[in-house]
Write a protein that binds this ligand. Structure first.
Ligand code: NAI
Length: 304
């Protein structure tokens, strides 16, 4: 079974995507009475017409997560226009601390995917509150960021998004780090297709697009739902996809005691391998800036 805590815009969309490909039965939990049940019914009705026979339930009761092998946490407050992800820190830390304890009690063997923002800091809150080993707590951010980078690049270059292999690491926030040196178009290095100034402009757009979506439609949901579903599938089907996500570091990249976006292998064991990139000095400095912001967020956490 796959659990989802938070049946709001992102949680419900992710549950729909996971259910639609029949990964496993689904249990949705939300604090608002009736919301998770309503979403579960709506998703179930859609499945009746798509030939998928997984069971989808919704509840305010965490005991429905018993037996979950993956739990996605999207509970908490979302950004309003004009807010940064870090603005959510204090309120969401309290929510995520209590949610994570419930998940640990009811689904002690699960792998948790943290989504709630500021996601990298919240991933540390989940790790601390559950006491889970670090391979079983991973945050979603990098896939979403790279889907935006790919979109911006495909528009600029006039090529199919599916020809672009991109990588975005670092803080899932103001310091996200798209990596042009590790990005190619059908194997052709991006750095040979665009000038340094053009690449800088695509990176600036990539950092801006989520704010544009929130300003225009109030929230992001489709792209995050897809990114979460990709991570759930890689774990549940032991696909061992290599993708960027937030992992708790223990010496990798010269850092410890924080979660940050890095390329990793995601399989039945959760984070099965972290890949260390050979970053140049500019990339290292940008990565370190994001790490510093996350560290400051962790320091600012209210006492558990
Ligand atoms: P939303 O407001 O639509 O949904 C949040 C849900 O959490 C609500 O239904 C609310 O009732 C529920 N909730 C609050 N406290 C709870 C508790 N203690 N237990 C159970 N449920 C609880 O918000 P949305 O748009 O779904 O975003 C959710 C979070 O995900 C936000 O923090 C947002 O910033 C973050 N996010 C992260 C992304 C990422 O890439 N990591 C991408 C998009 C959103």
């Amino acid at each position: 079974m796959i659990g989802f805590v938070g049946a709001g815009r992102v949680g419900a969309q992710a549950a729909l995507e996971v259910a639609s490909v029949g990964v496993d039965d689904i249990a949705l939990v939300d604090i608002i009475p009736g919301l998770a049940e309503g979403e579960a019914l709506d998703i179930s009705h859609k499945l009746s017409e798509t030939g998928v026979d997984v069971a989808v339930s919704g509840s305010s009761d965490y005991s429905t997560l018993k037996g979950a092998r993956v739990v996605v946490i999207t509970a908490g407050l979302a950004r309003k226009p004009g807010m940064t992800r870090m603005d959510l820190l204090g309120k969401n830390a309290g929510i995520i601390g209590s949610v994570a304890k419930e998940v640990a009690k009811n689904a002690p063997d699960s792998i948790i995917i943290t989504v709630t923002n500021p996601m990298d800091v919240m991933n540390t809150v989940v790790l601390r509150a559950t006491g889970f080993p670090k391979n079983r707590v991973v945050g979603m951010g990098g896939i979403l960021d790279l889907s935006r980078f790919k979109h911006v690049l495909s528009a600029k270059l006039g090529v199919s998004r599916s020809s672009i292999m991109a990588l975005v690491i670092g803080e899932h926030g103001e310091n996200m780090l798209p990596l042009p040196r590790f990005t190619s178009v059908g194997g052709v290095p991006l750095t040979s297709l665009l000038s340094a100034a053009e690449i800088e402009a695509t990176i600036a757009s990539t950092r801006q697009v989520a704010i544009d979506v929130i300003a225009k439609k109030g929230a992001t949901s489709e792209a995050p739902g897809n990114a979460i579903a990709r991570m759930v599938k890689s774990i549940a089907w032991d696909k061992k996809e290599v993708l960027p996500a937030s992992a708790h570091l223990d010496g990798e990249y010269g850092l410890s005691g924080l979660s940050i976006g890095v390329p990793l292998m995601l399989g039945a064991g959760g984070v099965e391998k972290i890949y260390e990139l050979n970053l140049n000095e500019t990339e290292k400095a940008a990565f370190a800036k994001g790490a510093q912001t996350i560290k400051e967020g962790i320091t600012a956490l209210p006492p558990a």
